[in-house]
Design a protein around this ligand. Structure first.
Ligand code: GDP
Ligand code: ZN
Length: 458
């Protein structure tokens, strides 16, 4: 495949002490040598070494900056092409100047995600791994990072490949039976077909069972704090944000229509909705409190309903119970440092099965219990194992659902005693759908679209 040489700044703009400019392609080393001066030209150094030197402008011969340059020769590189990485510690201005010089020497500015796209096109990684690279960049918690990492390493790909292999074997077997009956190969009976299809169906189901958790770990559990004015919503928010500093990487080009904040509660990323509303002055909230709550509750996956221990339950409290009925909900009774005026029996009745936690946010009491309740509600134990393959990407989930339907069709055909070659149609379709997860049979337009969501320089 003939691909030109591309370059980009691959560290976040304006942040971090070190900036890296990456170059990838046949000409990477030649281009870098025209603007680099060190002990030896880069074309003479060994692959996978870091070399000290400086960058200069070949037109003026002026020294621009001291740098460390990594030389990585194909094929043992991320893109499987020759790569050069220029590490400089200067600010944005000098990084940009280095980039401009590289462009002048004949490299082209990379599109967002183009380095990863090359890794895919050059067969270094498959599509699900490429998508995982993107998730890795966006990961907000360690756990989300681990999922993405295991996917980059190809765990999901291997699982999918194993399923496809099983399907392919049955298809091949049937073909042999049909085309070469004289070979007298063991007849692919409906019995064997059923066994294989059942194995595939069950494994897809297992993968789909991780999807909800996987998606939440990736995108965050949308959470809303509701309660009457003065019960302690802002205090709770501040407490959560303070204790669980979120890892938030800003992704250029993403717009957020709701104001939200991320917190990481014991490995569960909460995406707190409408936090601006909570922080607004109380008189506004008082007027539109219940109405506004109704709206955000609709978007939320988890509702934290805060009540005041020191006051009697009001109609507004009961209204808030009503609008959040049926959601995953934790009832928080705050201000336990003050005398009890709330009717606990009634609270228990209204809360039903939902966990109730008592807190004094003023004294910082009960917050651990609340965090534990959030974790329990979310993980329910079994899926927490770190070696699990999670499916977290919506595209993968949609495809796995299709594959599940298609293999179910095959099984139904088997049950109905259809001829083997009819069943094979559904089996082949399942094989094709699974191929799309790892990018075996996807359209070029989809590939372009997927990679365009990346950040620049990745
Ligand atoms: P919001 O209107 O629901 O956001 O409530 P705030 O968090 O703004 O709290 C209202 C008032 O209650 C503030 O003066 C807080 O300091 C106070 N407050 C919050 N939590 C507690 C608590 O556990 N005990 C006591 N005594 N006061 C609290
Ligand atoms: Zn408030």
């Amino acid at each position: 495949m003939e691909l030109d040489t591309i370059t980009a700044i691959s560290t976040p703009m304006g942040e971090g002490a070190i900036a890296i400019v990456r170059i990838s392609g046949d000409e990477a080393i030649t281009i870098a040598d025209r603007i680099y001066k060190g002990k030896k030209p880069l074309k003479e150094v060994e692959s996978h070494t870091i070399n000290y030197g400086y960058i200069f402008d070949p037109e003026t011969e002026k020294k621009i900056e001291e740098v460390m340059v990594s030389v990585l020769l194909a094929p043992r590189t991320f893109t499987r092409e020759n790569m050069v990485e220029v590490n400089c510690h200067g600010g944005i201005v000098s990084v940009n100047r280095i980039l401009q010089l590289i462009l002048k020497q004949g490299a082209r500015l990379a599109e967002p995600g183009e380095f990863t796209k090359r890794a895919f096109l050059n067969g270094r990684i498959d599509l699900s791994q490429a998508e995982a690279v993107m998730d890795l960049i966006k990961a907000k918690t360690d756990r989300a990072m681990n999922i993405a990492m295991s996917q980059v390493e190809g765990k999901l790909s291997k699982r999918i490949q194993r399923l496809r292999q099983a399907l392919l074997e049955t298809v091949a077997h049937v073909e042999v039976n049909i085309d070469y009956p004289e070979y007298d190969a063991e007849e692919m009976t409906l019995g064997i077909l059923k066994e294989k299809a059942t194995f595939v169906k069950n494994d897809i189901k297992k993968l789909l069972q991780t999807a909800q958790q996987g998606k939440i770990l990736r995108d965050g559990l949308s959470t809303v704090i509701i309660g009457r004015p003065n019960v302690g919503k802002s205090s709770l928010l501040n407490n959560l944000v303070h204790d669980n500093k979120a890892i938030v990487t800003d992704i250029p080009g993403t717009t957020r229509d709701v104001i939200e904040e991320y917190v990481n509660v014991r490995g569960v990323p909460l995406r707190l909705l409408d936090t601006a509303g909570i922080r607004e002055t109380e008189d506004i909230v008082e007027k539109i409190g219940v109405e506004r709550s109704r709206k955000v509750v609709e978007e939320a996956e988890l509702v934290l309903l805060v009540l005041n221990y020191n006051e009697e339950l009001s109609n507004a409290d009961e209204e808030l119970f009503k609008i959040s009925e049926g959601r995953d909900r934790i009832v928080i009774i705050n201000k336990t440092d003050l005398p009890e005026n709330i009717d606990m029996v009634k609270v228990k009745y209204l809360a039903g099965e939902d966990p109730i936690v008592t807190t004094s946010l003023l004294l910082d009491e009960g917050v651990n219990e609340l965090e534990e309740a959030i974790k329990t509600l979310f993980f329910e134990g079994e899926l927490e194992a770190s070696d699990l393959t999670y499916v977290s990407n919506s595209r993968h989930i949609a495809l796995l659902n299709q594959a599940y339907d298609s293999v179910s069709d095959a099984l139904q055909a088997i049950e109905a005693g259809m001829p083997v070659d009819m069943v094979q149609i559904d089996i082949t379709k399942t094989w094709e759908i699974l191929g799309e997860v790892i990018g075996d049979s996807v359209h070029e337009s989809l590939i372009d679209q997927l990679f365009s969501q990346f950040c620049l320089g990745k």
